[in-house]
Design a protein around this ligand. Structure first.
Ligand code: NAI
Length: 330
């Protein structure tokens, strides 16, 4: 099958080509999918897209008009695709539902530890021959209460890791997982109770109409003063402007994010020569208790291998007209 890959990054190219082994005909494009770039896929029946590619209803219509019948997502999340519009056009979708929940869970805990023990500041000080410790005091994770919001594939791994540290774990999910309760002694509770009792809150939810801005001025007011808030899921879960206010007042004590609600066009790219236009992220970057990574939680060699493997499998299945089990439906 002839497949146009959009937003191809250096870090993923090698695995994709290696696993494909010239089976399918790949057109590797660095540009993002948009109405201006759809035409580059002319002659292909399938396109393969990344989280930063927006498959809106307009773009999907143009995809269909040039002969695209299959779209393969190199991601688990699919909030960047208008699934209903694709269904109406009879464009088939498949994603990578799971590639390494450990990669994202471990990055979430990396943010927690780096913020707590102020690793970035400590490292920068040492580079300047400042070996003093004043201002670097952290806290024991042991004995603290961690609230996990969303105990699916990633959230449950975060719970397991934090349990290993000796944290008490509270959880909130629309579907409670009894096996997690047995295994890690997690206590399920309602959202408000979790937020008001947790020292650390970590978000592991999909972004949808119900979860958008689950962290807002109101829910922040339920949280403990000095709480640590971590988000490796989707930026839209958090109202960033409200969070900036809570960082200014000291209500939020630590803020670690791998995703940002206005990350499109910013993350995944080198803007070091540009003038930063986003005043909200510019303000976030001024707080010494904020740590931002650029949507890299998934970025491990295991995850990249698994993403490439499932992606090629999904293309194989579309070509053969058989189910991969990874299809996205309405
Ligand atoms: P999952 O589908 O296994 O788990 C999500 C959990 O959220 C489920 O248990 C579900 O019941 C729960 N949930 C859904 N709606 C809810 C609601 N309204 N209230 C309470 N609970 C709700 O998903 P997984 O694999 O754990 O991924 C979580 C998120 O992590 C993804 O949706 C994606 O946005 C993000 N992600 C981020 C990556 C990164 O590199 N930063 C990489 C991969 C995923």
């Amino acid at each position: 099958m002839k497949v146009a890959f959009y937003s191809v990054h250096k870090f993923e190219r090698e695995q994709l080509l290696l696993i494909n082994n010239n089976k399918h005909d790949f057109l590797m494009l660095e540009v993002a999918l948009s109405d201006a770039t759809v035409g580059l896929a002319l002659g292909c029946t399938c396109i393969c897209i990344f989280v930063s590619d927006k498959a809106s209803a307009v773009v999907l219509k143009e995809c269909f008009s040039i002969g695209i019948r299959f779209i393969v997502l190199r991601s688990a999340g699919f909030n960047h695709v208008d699934v209903v519009a694709a269904h109406n056009l009879q464009i088939k979708l498949a994603r990578v539902p799971e590639y390494s929940p450990y990669s994202v869970a471990e990055h979430s805990v990396t943010l927690m530890l780096a913020l707590n023990r102020q690793l970035v500041h400590a490292h920068n000080r040492i580079n300047e021959l400042n070996f003093s410790l004043d201002g670097l005091t952290g806290f024991d994770m042991h004995g603290k209460t961690a609230g996990i919001i969303g105990t699916g594939k990633i959230g449950r791994q975060v719970a397991r890791i934090l349990r290993g540290f000796g944290c008490h774990i509270l959880a909130f999910d629309v579907k409670e997982d009894e096996s997690l309760v047995t295994e890690t002694n997690v206590t399920y509770t309602d959202l408000r109770s979790l937020m008001s009792r947790s020292d650390i809150i970590s978000l592991h939810l999909p972004l949808n109409a119900e979860t958008k801005h689950i962290v807002s001025r109101e829910s922040i007011s339920w949280m403990k003063k000095g709480v640590m808030l971590i988000n490796t899921s989707r930026g839209g879960l958090i109202n960033t402007t409200d969070t900036v206010g809570a960082l200014k007042s000291g209500h939020i004590g630590y803020f670690g994010i791998d995703v940002y609600e206005e990350e499109d066009g910013l993350f995944f790219q080198d803007h070091s020569q540009d003038i930063l236009q986003d005043d909200v992220i510019a303000r976030l970057m001024t707080f010494r208790n904020v740590l931002i990574t650029s949507h890299q939680a998934f970025l491990t060699d295991t995850a990249l291998h698994n993403i490439a493997n499932t992606t090629i499998h999904n293309i194989d299945c579309f070509e053969q007209g058989i189910t991969s089990g990874n299809e996205l439906t309405v």
